[in-house]
Design a protein around this ligand. Structure first.
Ligand SMILES: C[S@@+](CC[C@H](N)C(=O)[O-])C[C@H]1O[C@@H](n2cnc3c(N)ncnc32)[C@H](O)[C@@H]1O
Length: 584
């Protein structure tokens, strides 16, 4: 039985139906923010430009409408909501009115209350947002998680420079960190010291080449006991000081007993005392660079860059967060074997960080596109075997399920069906992409040769012969290698005849012919039948199918869990990525 879960659906519904009370150790959420635009997913085209194909991944639901009014009503009247939450929401509505922001906060309040329910008493939650709503969200978090459980407002410098007219350049996102109770887990994470600091302060080296800095063995003030007495002719009292010995170090050397002078002897025998060359110089303690405890991490994070435009980590999902960011959060607030939940998981950054760090995970997203992306990201990063270690819940598993999805939400149906064949959805039904629902790109010639494409038309409704003719026309217009019609209905005989008359694509690389027009029903796809095209026989690792950008392969569950193949701190790009929240 798989321990990890990927849910397709609205997180409110999934949380209420599937996630048990106090079952999660760490929550990270990065919800989209309200805007006038739809929430888009843009893919980079193969020539690197932004795709004309904008996929509406998530419709703006934060309108003040009946749904928002019903959510508000539930929050202020239902006894399932803490009184403080209902009070805060009433104040927001008084202050903000019936606006999109109030609608957004209603949506968030419902979800935060559920997230509080599923979090263990030892757990923590990190809410990623930006200054547009962070002040309201902090108040809401205070109401749900209680003021005394607030831990940090983390400022993440998400870009290098950002010009803005008539105000200072907005550079940061906000991550609100709350615990569920005072019993929360904290790993006391540390970061490495700056190499420049080591260079500057640890100038000396012992015979074995270990770098150290000499630090004082005395403290200010005169003492009349042993610590004020001379050692080897050096009298600290004469300079108004006393011996102050490093307790931890002595303990590690097994020297707990004896007089101060005896313990100084022990330190000297262990080679821990630095004697200056000059006569009567004061002995000092050798502090070795390799024994330094890392630095405590502050609440301003300037060392985690956004994903550089050309980084292998970048998958083309515009709000994708760097894995280093999630790595820090997961390491700080969870242990191996703990459960990490991301209820707005997008292209799965938290899921991948959790997997890499040997945590269990639960990801939820409302679009099939995100679920498809995460599945390929997991496969590309950890290999095919990962598929047996997680369960996907909420995807159609039978023909009636698929029919229901098609009736409820044709877009989601399309995205799901295209996901079954690994194709990339295309939204526009007009202009350049008229008649195309999805594309799949592949290479079947020597490196550097042209990228070829398969184009898809997905039909949930009644099929007619014109659908086949239209597809044939689009294949010719686009000079596509293959055109595929995916349908819920069984194609008619004339449609099959039309497909058969379209001939073949002759692959130069594979020296094989593939039917130019292909018909596939959803039922066939669900039984495992696939399209016929050159990349269909090549293992994913060969990179013949180039439809989605591949995530870099990882040494899964490596000993160190180091993210060697990802951007390193300090690798800040000079470009100016758009704010990932503002204007979403
Ligand atoms: C800002 S993105 C998250 C990006 C993510 N942190 C990453 O690194 O890829 C927000 C995601 O939340 C999803 N979403 C929005 N509303 C949702 C809901 N009610 N339930 C589940 N997912 C939702 C969107 O589809 C989108 O993929």
């Amino acid at each position: 039985m798989a321990d990890n879960f990927l849910y397709y659906g609205d997180n409110l519904d999934v949380l209420r139906r599937h996630i048990k009370e106090e079952s999660v150790d760490l929550i990270y959420l990065d919800p989209p923010f309200n805007s006038d635009q739809n929430y888009n997913v843009l893919f980079a085209e193969h020539n690197g430009s932004r795709s004309s194909a904008q996929i509406r991944a998530f419709e703006d639901t934060w309108r003040w409408d009946q749904v928002a009014a019903a959510a508000y009503d539930e929050i202020v009247t239902s006894t399932n909501y803490p009184q403080k939450v209902s009070q805060v929401m009433q104040s927001f509505r008084n202050f903000l009115g019936d606006t999109d922001m109030t609608a957004y906060l209603c949506m968030m309040a419902q979800r935060l209350v559920e997230l509080h329910r599923v979090l263990k008493p030892t757990g923590s939650i990190y809410l990623h947002c930006d200054p547009t709503a962070s002040h309201y969200l902090k108040t809401l978090m205070d109401a749900v998680f209680r003021v005394e459980n607030f831990c940090n407002e983390i400022i993440w410098k998400r870009t290098f420079a950002h010009g803005s007219s008539k105000r200072f350049g907005p550079l940061h996102d906000v991550i609100l960190f709350y615990a569920k109770s005072e019993r929360f887990f904290w790993s006391n994470p540390r970061s490495d010291h700056d190499p420049e600091y080591i260079e500057k302060h640890f100038k000396l080296a012992d015979e074995s080449g270990r770098r150290f800095q000499p630090i004082s063995l005395t403290g200010a003030g005169i003492r009349h006991g042993e610590s004020g007495k001379p050692w080897r002719g050096i009298d600290p009292t004469s300079v108004g000081r006393h011996w102050a010995l490093p307790g931890k170090l002595l303990q590690s050397l097994g020297v707990a007993l004896g007089t101060v002078q005896e313990r100084l002897d022990a330190l000297d025998s262990a080679g821990m005392i630095y004697w200056p060359a000059k006569e009567h110089g004061t002995p000092r303690l050798k502090q070795y660079a390799d024994q330094l405890e890392g630095q405590a991490i502050p609440d301003i994070w300037i060392d985690i860059p956004p994903i550089p435009a050309q980084a292998t980590e970048r998958l083309g999902f515009p709000t994708q967060k760097p894995e280093l960011l999630l790595d820090r959060i997961v390491r700080s607030s969870s242990n191996e074997g703990d459960v990490v939940l991301d209820p707005f998981c997008g292209c799965g950054t938290a899921v991948v960080a959790a997997e890499r760090l040997k945590r269990h995970w639960i990801g939820i997203d409302i679009t099939h596109l995100a679920i498809t992306l995460i599945k390929s990201r997991l496969r590309d990063t950890f290999g095919e075997a990962i598929r047996s270690e997680y369960q996907v819940v909420g995807e159609p598993v039978s023909l009636p399920d698929a029919q229901t999805l098609a009736a409820e939400d044709p877009y989601q149906f399309q995205w799901w069906a295209l996901g079954l064949v690994g194709a990339r959805p295309v939204e526009q039904k007009k202009g350049a992409d008229k008649g195309i629902d999805g594309r799949l790109y592949f290479h079947d010639e020597a490196a550097g040769a042209k990228t070829k494409q398969v184009i898809f038309s997905v039909k949930a409704g009644h099929l007619t012969a014109s659908h086949m003719r239209d597809l044939r026309g689009v294949v010719e217009r686009e000079s596509a290698a293959v055109g595929v019609l995916i349908s819920l209905e069984e194609p008619t005989q004339p449609m099959r005849a039309e497909a058969a008359s379209a001939g073949f694509y002759d692959s130069p690389g594979w020296n094989r012919k593939y039917p130019r027009l292909q018909l596939l029903t959803v039922a066939e796809l669900m039984q495992g039948k696939g399209i016929e095209y050159p990349a269909s026989r090549a293992p994913a690792s060969q990179g013949v199918d180039v439809t989605f950008k591949k995530a870099p392969k990882a040494a899964r569950r490596g000993k160190t869990g180091k993210l060697a193949d990802l951007a390193e701190p300090g690798d800040m790009p000079q470009s100016e990525p758009e704010s990932e929240h503002a204007g979403e």
